[in-house]
Design a protein around this ligand. Structure first.
Ligand SMILES: Cc1ncc(COP(=O)(O)O)c(C=O)c1O
Length: 380
């Protein structure tokens, strides 16, 4: 393949930061560098550092968040249910079942690929405790409405903002408001720690529980580790996991965060705008709608190919050495999550149309032109 669908953009600055931890710091695990990373994220988002809980993956952030929401919600007669768009990475669904809850797959809006609020409303039962909302393809579409809807129905919100680091909704940064907002810093996200993630928590008790739960629920262990100490006699009152972020990951993340505003944001937005200009009038192709009041830092470039021609476009690109992706196979179509035979017609129709084009700061605008040229030659 002559192009990559996505890639990590790291270099000598990240290498220097990692070698500082390896050769000078003397401790590779969770310590002072992790604390500094949380402080940097807090200052980027303009929240209190206490609200930021770094983790070793975005999936861990989601799992801890659903667990904390469950622990702080009232009891339900049946298994607690979480409304979630079916069109998302399997991590969103696995996080819900891992926390002992039932994912309830919902439809998405065809124009944005994000949770259809009216459809979600119809699926509320006395067991529903939360919505797991996904900022699909970095699109904070109707985010205020999602939070208002949740408030009106008395539901908590875990926001899967894995794609949306750096985005703004109506002027406010994603992660600067909400309930439990989860980011991913895996190898190909808007910023990377190699692997990693974080929660930004706006619910005090959930924050306390998630912070302990990432360190096996050893009470107050975060403060000890940040001070270079250990908890030898602290109590453990509930289930926890080993989900914390190491100094090495944090060192990479801190450099990435510095590069983000001046380097990664302009490169990602410019490449997406070239795609938009070239493809907005392309016959047989639709782009997802965005709100002009939102600012999007695109993690992936998803398009819809109409009239059953998706595979034909994918094959043509592949022949030219251009890889494509598929975000995502809807989760209700997986054997594990679709046991009750639920059908979601809008989501299934979208699944037949969506494909993902290469997008990352390491490709040139000329590469984008080339991708669009192949699509034009294929669809006319
Ligand atoms: C929508 C979504 N949610 C969650 C995750 C999980 O994040 P991580 O890979 O850091 O575990 C991803 C990662 O690709 C994602 O795209």
């Amino acid at each position: 393949m002559k192009m990559r669908l996505s890639r990590s953009i790291v270099g000598s600055e990240e290498a220097k930061a990692v070698s500082r931890i390896l050769l000078e710091d003397g401790y590779l695990g969770m310590g002072a560098e992790t604390k500094r990373f949380e402080e940097d994220i807090a200052s980027f988002l303009d929240v209190d550092p206490d609200q930021v809980i770094s983790t070793n993956s975005g999936t861990a952030a989601l799992h801890l968040s659903v667990d904390a929401v469950r622990a702080t919600s009232g009891p339900t007669e049946g298994i607690p249910e979480v409304l979630v768009p079916s069109l998302t990475f399997v991590a969103s669904f696995q996080a819900i079942t891992a926390a002992g809850c039932k994912p309830v797959p919902c439809e998405v809006y065809a124009e944005s690929g994000t949770l259809d609020i009216e459809d979600a409303a119809r699926r509320i039962t006395p067991n529903t405790i939360a919505i797991l909302h996904v900022d699909y393809a970095s699109n904070p579409w109707k985010l205020d409405e999602v939070y208002s809807f949740a408030k009106e129905k008395g539901l908590r919100v875990v926001e899967d903002a894995a794609h949306a680091f750096g985005c703004r909704h109506h002027g406010r940064r994603v992660g600067s408001f909400g309930d439990m907002v989860c980011f991913s810093f895996d190898g190909i996200k808007n910023i990377t720690c190699g692997e990693g993630g974080c929660i930004v928590a706006f619910h005090k008790e959930s924050a306390r529980l998630a912070k302990d739960a990432r360190l096996l629920s050893v009470e107050g262990d975060t403060a000890k580790r940040f001070a270079g100490a250990r908890s030898w006699d602290a109590d453990v009152k509930r289930q926890g996991w080993r989900y914390h972020m190491s100094n090495i990951m944090a060192a990479i993340g801190r450099v990435q965060l510095q590069r983000f505003p001046k380097e990664f944001i302009p490169k990602r937005t410019l490449r997406a705008s070239v795609y938009a200009q070239r493809l907005c009038k392309q016959k047989g192709v639709l782009l997802f709608e965005t709100d002009p009041k939102d600012f999007i830092v695109p993690h992936i470039q998803v398009i819809r190919v109409l009239d059953g021609k998706k595979d034909c476009v994918r094959d043509a690109l592949e022949k030219e050495g251009i890889p494509t992706g598929l975000h995502y196979k809807p989760n209700h179509m997986h054997s594990f999550f679709g046991k009750d035979g639920i059908r979601l017609p809008v989501t299934e129709q979208l699944f037949s149309e969506i494909m993902t084009l290469p997008l990352h700061p390491g490709m040139s605008c000329q590469d984008v032109e080339e991708v669009c040229g192949v699509i034009k030659r294929t669809l006319g």
